[in-house]
Ligand binder design. Structure first.
Ligand SMILES: *Cc1c(COP(=O)(O)O)cnc(C)c1O
Length: 236
């Protein structure tokens, strides 16, 4: 009889991170990518101890979605200057100040009002906030994100804002069982990204792909994937 693992908790965060990096490396090889794809570890709802374990295993990019929880975590790790915190959740305008003060990246900007507030609220002693515009590429009613037709105006506003630094695009695609459809959404995002980059050559980040769909995202040209479940386990 082969020994069996008692449960998933026996697998350490370090092993899970390794597995995620292996998966990314395979996907990079399959799509002949040369620039390494970045991994954002999505730690929302997960305790400080697990973030610490991921940090100890070498992870430095973390993503959070809920403002209060996120601010608590960022404050806890204040001494760890090498952690880069990305806000990836929906943004209510009355919470934007906390985001402007505690994060170095915001990936979920999808309307002018939020961009304006983040620019006004970003403390001037901090570097400009790195911004990804979230695009609702699948036109899904339940997903936040601007429509591709709204990108130009939003990008222009961010570009002209002193305290914001336009870095690229982010998307969460609708769940689909059709791999071809999924790949098409990611390819449409890549088209949007290429168009934007022709206008703003400094943009360098296309954030797409999660635990369930990182392979097609990388095949289509993602430069960053956001992985929660596969590193930290299922959320409640
Ligand atoms: C929760 C979340 C993720 C991580 O999703 P998993 O399926 O757990 O990998 C990625 N991106 C965003 C925007 C999220 O909210």
């Amino acid at each position: 009889m082969t020994p069996q693992r008692a449960n998933n908790n026996m697998v350490t965060i370090a092993e899970r991170l390794n597995n995620a990096y292996d998966r990314i490396a395979k996907a990079e090889q399959n799509s002949h990518k040369t620039d390494p794809v970045q991994l954002l570890a999505v730690s929302k709802t997960k305790p400080i101890e697990l973030v610490q374990q991921a940090y100890d295993a070498g992870q430095r990019l973390f993503g959070e979605s809920y403002v209060q929880e996120a601010v608590d975590k960022v404050s806890h790790f204040k001494q760890h200057q090498d952690i880069e915190w990305h806000f990836i959740g929906p943004i209510q305008s009355n919470k934007s100040r906390h985001i402007a003060e505690h994060f170095s990246w915001v990936q979920s900007v999808d309307r002018l009002k939020i961009a304006r507030r983040l620019n006004e609220q970003r403390p001037t002693n901090l570097k400009p906030l790195n911004i990804l515009i979230q695009v609702n590429i699948s036109g899904d009613d339940n997903k936040s994100g601007c429509l591709p037709s709204e990108l130009e105006e939003l990008a222009e506003f961010i570009q002209e804002s002193r305290q914001l630094n336009l870095r690229g695009l982010m998307t969460i695609t609708a769940k689909t069982d059709d791999p071809q459809q999924q790949l098409e959404y990611f390819q449409q995002m890549k088209d949007c990204f290429d168009k934007l980059q022709a206008q703003y050559p400094q943009i360098d980040t296309l954030s797409m792909g999660m635990s369930g769909d990182l392979e097609p995202a990388i095949a289509a040209g993602a430069t960053m994937v956001r992985i929660g479940t596969d590193i930290f386990g299922q959320r409640q």
